[in-house]
Design a protein around this ligand. Structure first.
Ligand SMILES: NC(=O)C1=CN([C@@H]2O[C@H](COP(=O)(O)OP(=O)(O)OC[C@H]3O[C@@H](n4cnc5c(N)ncnc54)[C@H](OP(=O)(O)O)[C@@H]3O)[C@@H](O)[C@H]2O)C=CC1
Ligand SMILES: CC(=O)[C@H](N)C(=O)O
Length: 262
């Protein structure tokens, strides 16, 4: 791996991914940008090459399609310069579980969950063998908040958190850093796609602030970074309660409350 590793960013044509591209380019990292819209990525690449001088490749791919996934997987497997993967591409769908089209739900799971597994699996063996590198997975606070009423989207984001925590257990000891980033409402086009007006919402974070904060967590090697959560102790208490349960969660006999009278 080169001293300053190249970064492959999915969903890099706009929003959070484009902001990661800008920040990593300014840090001197070469980039591989992945999304469907090649024209937008090329415009971003032209600007960032000019401003930073880094090498930037465009890899157009639809991550819900087998061919698109295969292209990006091959690049992650074969390009030894790439030492950081940012699994950012994602989408949301509006409406309730009863309103949503099941094929749209399936595509959402493919993009927000399956693609992360496949891309992580493509790069992980190389990073583990090198004993270095990082995977950044963009989840959402919705993944710990079923009450927010975005059931399938939130389930994919709960998956992202678990995948990140599991990968950290497995790959951390081999020198690979895994970060889950959980944004809340951030000003990007994702809201246009779900038919919501982000300008009518409160507590909206600007995309540059979100990515700058996420990179503070990255530099600290935090396993889970939640930029909008001001009281870090709340996450520690939440995660601590889960960990405290682990020693009690596997037993041969059902709990007393489930026993039927003899
Ligand atoms: N904005 C917010 O409020 C929040 C966002 N997030 C998460 O952040 C991540 C980025 O979202 P955000 O920047 O807001 O969204 P945007 O809609 O602004 O950007 C999404 C990016 O993903 C790409 N993308 C979408 N579908 C595909 C596909 N099938 N294949 C490849 N690339 C695709 C888009 O590019 P193209 O159309 O060119 O393919 C685009 O670059 C997502 O995972 C989202 O869930 C989490 C919490 C809050
Ligand atoms: C569309 C959303 O709900 C947003 N991406 C979020 O995760 O908060």
């Amino acid at each position: 791996m080169t001293q300053i590793p190249a970064v492959l960013i999915t969903g890099a044509s706009t929003g959070i991914g484009a902001s990661y591209a800008e920040r990593f380019a300014r840090r001197g990292h070469a980039l591989v940008l992945v999304a469907r819209d090649a024209t937008r990525m090329e415009a971003l690449a032209v600007r960032l090459r000019e401003e930073t001088g880094v090498k930037i490749d465009i890899l157009p791919a639809d991550l819900t399609q087998a061919t698109g996934l295969a292209t990006v997987e091959a690049r992650l497997r074969d390009d030894a310069r790439i030492g950081i993967l940012v699994n950012n591409a994602g989408a949301a769908i509006g409406g309730t579980f009863l309103d949503q089209d099941v094929d749209a739900m399936t595509r959402l799971v493919a993009l927000n969950a399956t693609a992360l597994v496949r891309l992580s699996r493509a790069i992980a063996p190389r990073l583990a063998a090198a004993g270095e590198g990082a995977i950044i997975n963009i989840g959402s606070v919705v993944g710990v908040a079923p009450e927010f009423g975005m059931t399938v989207y939130g389930a994919t984001k709960a998956f992202v958190l678990f995948l990140s925590q599991g990968l950290a257990q497995e790959l951390g000891p081999k020198g690979v850093y895994i970060q889950a980033v959980l944004p809340a409402t951030t000003r990007t086009e994702i809201w246009d796609h779900v038919g919501a007006d982000v300008n009518a919402m409160s507590n909206v974070m600007e995309v540059g602030d979100l990515v700058d904060a996420a990179l503070v967590g990255f530099d600290r090697r935090e396993p889970v970074t939640i930029p909008p959560l001001h009281d870090a102790g709340q996450w520690e208490a939440f995660d601590g309660a889960r960990k405290a349960m682990l020693g009690n969660i596997v037993n041969a006999l059902p709990a007393e409350r489930y026993r039927t009278p003899a």
